[in-house]
Design a protein around this ligand. Structure first.
Ligand code: HEC
Length: 149
């Protein structure tokens, strides 16, 4: 009997320690997720909508480029990169309208890198094209890590 109780208490202790460990991991995970130290652009509701619409178009353009590369349609992919992600007058104006020089520089560098991507795509080499797409996307990642609406 004594042996059984001891065994059960041990089991219970192990379970409690495990639960505490899991709880700790859980809070750490959430702590990390909710700590949002990104710079806010303090956008008006209208600017927010405008920016998100633009962003969803960026995402769709990246998907389009990947599909076009996989189909071997390099000249179309190049066209998509220049027209939908490249530095157009509209994009330059958009990037300059948020009142942050850092944001503007990041945005313009991003659009310029998309134009370089367009030039590389034109040459039709898959490996070089994917490397260039990865480079362009590093601007998406960098800006999202630094800024929020
Ligand atoms: C110069 C800055 C910058 C660059 C470059 C950038 N984004 Fe964004 N993006 C933002 C900001 C700011 C938000 C809003 C994020 C927030 O408030 O949490 C955003 C939001 C988004 C969203 C969310 C849209 C929604 O409707 O919720 C998507 C998707 C997105 N970006 C895709 C991309 C992709 C793909 C690229 C690159 C091809 C890219 N972005 C490049 C700044 C940028």
């Amino acid at each position: 009997m004594k042996g059984k109780i001891l065994g059960l208490s041990l089991l219970l202790m192990v379970a409690l320690v495990q639960a505490a460990e899991m709880e700790k991991k859980h809070t750490m995970h959430h702590g990390k997720m909710s700590a949002d130290n990104r710079t806010s652009l303090n956008l008006s509701p209208m600017m927010k909508q405008h920016q998100l619409t633009n962003m969803r178009a960026h995402l769709a353009a990246v998907q389009e480029i990947i599909i076009q590369i996989s189909a071997g349609d390099f000249s179309q992919a190049s066209d998509t990169a220049h027209k939908k992600l490249g530095l157009t007058k509209e994009m330059e104006a958009m990037c300059s309208s948020f009142g942050s020089d850092t944001f503007k520089e990041l945005g313009i560098s991003f659009h310029k890198s998309a134009d370089s991507l367009g030039e590389i795509l034109e040459k039709g080499n898959t490996e070089d094209s994917l490397a260039a797409l990865g480079k362009t996307m590093s601007y998406c990642v960098a800006c999202h890590a630094q800024f929020k609406q």
